[in-house]
Design a protein around this ligand. Structure first.
Ligand code: PMP
Length: 429
């Protein structure tokens, strides 16, 4: 594969955009080399500006669960755009998508739409603090909830990839209200709670961590958090930005049968347009302005194009629920294939998978939290990434990310990916 045009565009971009990108992980810093500039995408494939075709395992970091340029979503956006792109006034489609989301997700009565996952999580925490009258929050090392100040404390994803899990610019005052816990370690959470009695407003967690590679919760972990929250008058926030409308129609709450107090969404709920949302039972949501005291707002929130894309996406997932089983089976097939070819070359690896989220860690130990995720062999990861890319397979350009499959992938695509991995595995230690 040749990438001259991408590299030339990257040179130009760096003159006017910091690092040449509008979100850090895109820059390929963790794996080396220049990022690929995309021209267009269709179904499971990306087409770059040099004319290369790649099988896509990122899918815009999750939103494109049905593949790129999915016709019902594209048509809905185009039709809406003809009627105007933003009004700053209520529109019916906002109620339509809210009704559908509330009907698909357990334990929520009301939902508010924002423009990103970051905004959703930031607003959810403010709401939890306002509702409980307490200031501190618990988050887990290696979890990422967007780039708002309270979350850039041992954050995962790009923050850890670039060695700034605690970003300069976040004040000590803000940082001291974020308590850090170890993922999958209930005792650790219980200790934090007892050391900060009556001070903790909420625990925010990715119910399946996807920002230190993919790390599912161990049996009983989410249930244990629920119990600790109930006993101590703490709200449990599930950050379902990745898992919502992906692991099941009702997300991780449905999959694990564990109830959250506030749920945040992004990615799939916007069908590929900039959308986030947060939701809870009425008692909590009615604490928001204009009827409650907690302020939260947005000029473009509930934007008609974004709502049209999201509604078309949720409609597809709602009426065609076997999509979830289909995509999970494809991911299992990929998992088994990767496992087979990596084992054949005696590579030290662990594959974590749940539903259509999967990641390969180059470590033979179980990967259950941030420390075990960080043990992976990064040289192998870099070789793996570039080897797969040379074979036309686009995976996340960092070991601290999850791959997201789309249902547009065919079994031939998966076989091609497994064959590519078999070749690349020969070059790994
Ligand atoms: N929460 C989680 C779990 C995420 O994975 C992300 C982004 N990958 C966010 C929040 C932030 O979402 P956004 O990038 O849309 O602001």
């Amino acid at each position: 594969m040749k990438y001259q045009r991408s590299s030339a565009l990257f040179v130009e971009a760096q003159k006017v955009i910091p690092g040449g990108v509008n979100s850090p992980v895109r820059a390929f810093k963790a794996v080396g080399g220049d990022p690929i500039f995309v021209e267009k995408a269709q179904g499971a494939y990306l087409y770059d500006v040099d004319g290369n075709k790649l099988i896509d395992y990122i899918n815009s970091w999750g939103p494109m669960i049905l593949g790129h340029a999915y016709a019902p979503v594209v048509n809905a956006v185009v039709e809406k755009a003809k009627k105007g792109t933003s009004f700053g006034m209520p529109t019916k489609i906002e109620t339509d998508i809210a009704e559908l989301a509330v009907s698909m997700v357990p334990n929520i009565d009301k939902i508010r739409f924002v423009n990103s996952g970051t905004e959703a999580c930031m607003s959810a925490v403010r709401l939890a603090r306002g509702f409980t009258g307490k200031d501190k929050i618990i988050k887990f090392a290696g979890c990422y909830h967007g780039h708002s100040d309270s979350f850039l404390i041992q954050a995962g994803s790009g923050a850890v990839t670039f060695g700034t899990p605690n970003s300069p610019g976040v004040t000590e005052g803000t940082a001291k209200d974020t308590l850090l816990a170890t993922y999958n370690d209930l005792d650790n959470v219980a200790q934090l709670i007892s050391a900060n009695q009556n001070e903790i407003a909420c625990i925010i967690i990715e119910p399946v961590a996807g920002n230190m590679g993919c790390i599912p919760p161990t049996t009983g972990f989410l249930e244990g958090l629920r119990e600790l929250c109930d006993k101590n008058n703490i709200l449990l926030i599930f950050d379902e930005v990745m898992t919502g409308f992906r692991l099941a129609p009702g997300g991780a709450q449905e999959l694990f049968g564990v109830k959250a107090d506030i749920v945040t969404f992004g990615k799939v709920i916007g069908g590929g347009l900039p959308v986030g949302a947060f939701a809870a039972r009425s008692e909590i949501m009615d604490y928001l302005a204009p009827i409650g005291p907690v302020y939260q707002a947005g000029t473009l929130s509930g934007n008609p194009l974004a709502m049209a894309a999201g509604l078309a996406m949720l409609n597809e997932l709602n009426k065609n629920r076997n999509i979830f089983e289909s995509i999970n089976k494809k991911t299992e097939y990929l998992h088994n294939g990767l496992d087979r070819v990596l084992s054949a070359e005696n590579v030290k690896f662990t594959i974590n998978r749940i539903g259509s989220m999967i990641s390969v860690h180059f470590s033979e130990n179980k990967v259950v939290d941030f420390n075990s995720a960080a043990e992976g062999n990064n040289d192998n990861f870099k070789k793996f990434f570039h080897g797969m890319l040379d074979e036309g397979i686009y995976i996340a350009p960092s070991a601290f990310e999850t791959w997201f499959l789309c249902d547009a992938l065919t079994y031939e695509d998966l076989d091609q990916t497994i064959e590519a991995c078999a070749k690349v595995a020969k070059k790994l230690k």
